[in-house]
Design a protein around this ligand. Structure first.
Ligand code: ADP
Ligand code: ADP
Length: 237
């Protein structure tokens, strides 16, 4: 059974109060992501990639279709089940979305505090995560004192804090230079191989998919227009 499975999923937005047409942000999506995959979703701006991510972690309700995560129907979940679902899904973002008023340690500790992790367990877990991303010496620093690559490493440590099975990376390297991008992609590979975390990589950059992903879906106009092994999809004439 796939870890994430979408069947004929559509998300439509009604016309705005100023008029216009219904927007079909995604349409008729069928997608199976297996546990352990690094699955790339590539497409231009407006293709529907972010909508797909928000559907998977149930920040949006699908207009129609079925979304299964670990066999559970997301579209029918109650609030308590949704909280559990989201604890099992880590997210990292283009602009990192760190709390500027919290230290590096405070940022990484935050999801553990939200999940009501016993106080005594938080510091050792934070130390372990900072060690994994190579930022042990920055624990008491604030985000503004870090480089972009370091900020994203904090983002990754925070996303992994509650030991999720799934990591959603939404344009996670789009604000980084090529060398830093490479470092972050290498770290994401380690997240996959060392912890078995299934990674969904949203990007408009072909290089990111070719470096990191094993499978890819190409989105255009809210639809998946091609999907399969990265090698097959990108080597076609
Ligand atoms: P991408 O992440 O690939 O850039 P999005 O998923 O953000 O694409 O957007 C897909 C389409 O849905 C776009 O046409 C966008 O304008 C539209 N859209 C996204 N969110 C909303 C919303 N909340 N209300 C209306 N239209 C939206
Ligand atoms: P905030 O930035 O929210 O004020 P702190 O920086 O005081 O919070 O730290 C939040 C939590 O992170 C602490 O409760 C502690 O468990 C953990 N923490 C703080 N410093 C370290 C550190 N050097 N190594 C590991 N964990 C730490």
């Amino acid at each position: 059974m796939p870890l994430i499975s979408l069947r004929d999923v559509t998300k439509s937005y009604p016309p705005s109060s100023r008029g216009g047409a219904v927007v079909h942000a995604v349409q008729g999506l069928n997608l199976d992501i297996e546990a352990g995959d690094i699955y790339g979703i590539i497409g231009y701006s407006g293709a529907g990639k972010s909508t797909l991510v928000r559907l998977i972690n149930a920040l949006e309700d699908a207009t129609s279709g079925s979304i299964l995560v670990d066999g559970d129907e997301v579209t029918r979940m109650k609030e308590s089940e949704l909280r559990r679902l989201r604890l099992g899904i880590g997210m990292i973002f283009q602009q990192f979305n760190l709390f500027n008023s919290k230290t590096v340690a405070g940022n990484v500790a935050y999801p553990l505090e939200v999940a009501k992790t016993p106080r005594a367990d938080i510091a050792p877990r934070v130390a372990e995560l900072l060690d994994f991303v190579g930022l042990s010496d920055k624990a008491r620093n604030y985000p503004e004192q870090l480089s972009g690559g370091q900020k994203q490493r904090v983002g990754i440590a925070r996303a992994l804090a509650t030991s999720p099975r799934i990591l959603l990376a939404d344009e996670a390297t789009s604000a980084l230079d090529p060398e830093t991008t490479h470092e972050v992609l290498e770290l994401l590979k380690r997240v996959n191989t060392e912890f078995g975390v299934t990674i969904v990589v949203i990007t408009h950059e072909m290089d990111v998919i070719q470096t990191l992903a094993t499978k890819v879906a190409v989105m255009d106009g809210g639809r998946i227009v091609e999907q399969g092994d990265v090698f097959d999809v990108f080597s076609k004439p």
